[in-house]
Ligand binder design. Sequence first.
Ligand SMILES: C[S@@+](CC[C@H](N)C(=O)[O-])C[C@H]1O[C@@H](n2cnc3c(N)ncnc32)[C@H](O)[C@@H]1O
Length: 244
Amino acid sequence: MPVLNSMHMDKSAKDPAKIQTMFSTIAPRYDLLNRVLSLGIDGYWRKFAVSQLPKVGNARFLDVATGTCDVALEIMKRFPPDAKVVGVDFSEGMLELGKEKVRKAGYQNRIDIRFADVTSLPFEDNTFDASIIAFGIRNVQDYRKGISEMGRVVKRGGKVVVLEFTSIQNRFFRAPYRFYITKVLPYIGELISGKKGAYKYLPSSMIEFPGPEEFKKVIQAAGLHDVRYWKLTFGIAAVHVGTK
Ligand SMILES: C[S@@+](CC[C@H](N)C(=O)[O-])C[C@H]1O[C@@H](n2cnc3c(N)ncnc32)[C@H](O)[C@@H]1O
């Protein structure tokens, strides 16, 4: 499979400092590129992930790798006014845009945005009703530690929700999809963002991330139980949910 081999990712590509710089560089065009490259489907994927959060009163959620805050804002739409979110990310560039969106939407009293690394969350054990991460964990070098941190900070009985791209298994859709993500997507990404490289990293990070069954085991190994997952849009993305 030449496409796969040629997309093999150098381990240093996930060096946290490189990831941080890459996201800050593409931040100004990040939302636009998401809509264009996913043909607008990314909104549906986030909605599905948010719908897995527990419906509790006075809910406290942690949106990990919040980026430009699309998940935190989706939570605002779906939960009553007593629900609050803390959003964390380690890219200043992404957080600046996220803060601006939250302010414009008038949610600055319900969404608290902070700088933090997924692998070392600055919260006490058992703080949140759930933690959620959308398209973030793939970029974390030590993703096992990231999942374990997301589990540590949720209360007993709370949920960990992970939305991520996954290796597509549908055999008819697989070849055109691989062509799209390895050939078309980097080209459009570069054209719109004006940045070389960032959208070359995206397909390799998508292809090399564990499949849904394997990732389920990662979540179980972090001490979460009743782990379930749903494949979305022919298995392009998957949502995993585990319970503490
Ligand atoms: C593809 S964006 C996803 C943003 C947002 N969750 C969304 O749904 O659009 C990935 C985000 O993960 C963040 N990220 C990657 N590794 C991280 C880490 N170790 N700690 C905190 N944030 C991280 C990046 O800065 C970036 O904002």
